[in-house]
Design a protein around this ligand. Structure first.
Ligand code: UPG
Ligand code: MN
Length: 434
């Protein structure tokens, strides 16, 4: 697959799409895992223990395991959708600039925040400032912050950010800074003291880019900056982030009304000041731009540190009693080996991969299980939604918990095989039963 971007006028397309290399190997691997899954299902179906004579419990466990394996198989098949035929897109920002630099379309950027304790103003303001510092004509950028928490602290932090941006944006342009000014705001402690309460309102234009007098310290115009807090009442469905975005669409249509909207969470950072230009390469491409309505950047979740927690050894007891052992062993080995290779290719270490497997195992038996139960109860009308915004920073408490878990892992490793090995042991135990 090649040249997806098409012509797009003189000087070549604004983007090119290419299929990933080595896909045949991936497809062979995926097909072999599918065969393995299928064999496991067959094995479960034909070896189902008989019901009567005290064997009922074994039969129930067997059916439970079968259910889990059916779920695993279906989940695995579904997730192949994004893996079967990945396509890489390359943008040509030089061409974009050459062709459209003076006609680049306006962009409205929506940042959502909902809770000043979980999403501290410093984090929110950093995200806002990094959005304002995009390498894009400032007159064409408008940043809207939706604050579902209706927090004075967030509002005043944003006010501070508005005046700080007059210094920060020219500084970013001059020294090609790609990061947010976290260190600056960590020194500003109690912002509420500086302003009177009546300055606080639900919609406030903090920087009006339409006003020719709003310029930075170097006399260059600034992006528009707007604070929006909608009213959330318990008796009406407010629809969380989606509701906040709807409110922002209505507000922005009265102020800047840009034809393109970029949506980010307040805990997201763009790792390149060129990101919006990348997106524009897709929308502005002469040949394919009209067919594209939506561009999504991949999210990358970084580890707290390289190896996350401490590693350990793998001990596996082989108890091969039946040929049916092969598909089980193959699925475990092949999928683990594949995920290890994928991690190594992305620059992770073996230890960090191993720790990630353990964390996955813990999450499956705790948070995923709880949220599954929570959603099921909610769907059955037996409980309220337990939507809780996730903590965005490594607070002292969280760091304490993190080191506690790390310590726990170490002691677990000393006295007990690691959780994953434990999982393997259950598996081998189960195989030896049949
Ligand atoms: O009533 C609400 C609740 C949440 N949010 C915002 O929604 C975003 C996502 O919430 P978060 O707790 O950060 O969820 P995550 O699991 O971290 O986010 C992932 O999952 C969300 C929905 O499942 C997606 O919207 C996000 O883009 C995606 O990063 C945050 O900016 C919140 O401030 C609101 O604006 N209003
Ligand atoms: Mn988030």
């Amino acid at each position: 697959m090649g040249g997806g971007g098409g012509g797009g006028g003189a000087g070549g397309p604004l983007f090119e799409s290419r299929g990933a290399k080595g896909r045949l190997w991936y497809k062979l691997y995926a097909a072999s895992v599918l065969v393995g899954i299928f064999l496991i299902w067959v094995y479960r179906a034909i070896h189902l223990p008989k019901g009567g004579g005290g064997g009922g419990e074994g039969r129930l466990i067997w059916i439970g395991l079968f259910g889990a394996e059916i779920f695993f198989g279906l989940y695995w098949i579904l997730t192949q959708v994004v893996r079967w035929n990945p396509i890489y897109h390359q943008t040509f920002k030089g061409r974009l600039s050459k062709r459209y630099e003076n006609d680049l379309p306006p962009i409205d950027i929506f940042v959502c925040t909902a809770d000043p304790t979980i999403e501290p103003p410093m984090l929110v303001v950093n995200t806002v400032l990094s959005m304002m510092a995009f390498d894009y004509p400032t007159k064409k950028l408008s940043v809207y912050l939706s604050d579902d928490g209706f927090s004075q602290l967030t509002f005043y932090a944003l006010l501070e950010a508005a005046s700080f941006s007059k210094f920060w944006i020219p500084y970013c342009n001059k020294f090609k800074v790609e990061q947010s000014p976290a260190s600056y705001f960590s020194s500003v402690s109690n912002l509420t003291e500086f302003y009177s309460a009546n300055e606080f309102s639900a919609i406030k234009i903090l920087i009006d880019g339409r006003d020719p007098k709003t310029v930075d310290v170097e006399g260059v115009s600034l992006p528009t900056l707007v604070y929006v807090a909608r009213e959330k009442r318990h008796e009406y469905p407010h629809n969380f982030k989606a509701g906040a975005i709807n409110a922002l669409i209505r507000v922005s249509s009265e102020i800047s009304d840009a034809p393109f909207i970029l949506i980010v969470d307040c805990d997201m950072y763009s790792n390149s000041s060129q990101s919006v230009r990348d997106a524009m390469c897709f929308f502005m491409d002469g040949e394919n731009g009209h067919d594209i309505a939506f561009v999504q950047f991949p999210q990358n979740f970084r580890n707290l540190h390289k190896n996350n927690t401490y590693g350990d050894y793998i001990t596996i007891v082989n108890e091969i009693l039946s040929l049916w052992f092969i598909p089980f062993a193959y699925i475990i080995t092949a999928t683990q080996a594949f995920s290890l290779l994928e991690c190594l290719r992305c620059g992770e270490t073996f230890t960090s991969w191993w720790n990630m497997q353990k964390m996955k195992m813990m999450r499956r038996t705790t948070s995923y299980l709880f949220s599954f139960i929570d959603t099921t109860l909610q769907q059955l009308g037996l409980g309220n939604s337990g939507f809780i915004i996730t903590a965005k920073i490594a607070e002292d408490e969280a760091l304490k918990r993190f080191s506690y878990v790390t310590a726990l892992f170490v002691s677990l490793n000393l006295i007990w095989p690691s959780l994953l090995t434990y999982q393997w042991r259950i598996f081998f135990f189960e195989i030896s039963l049949c």
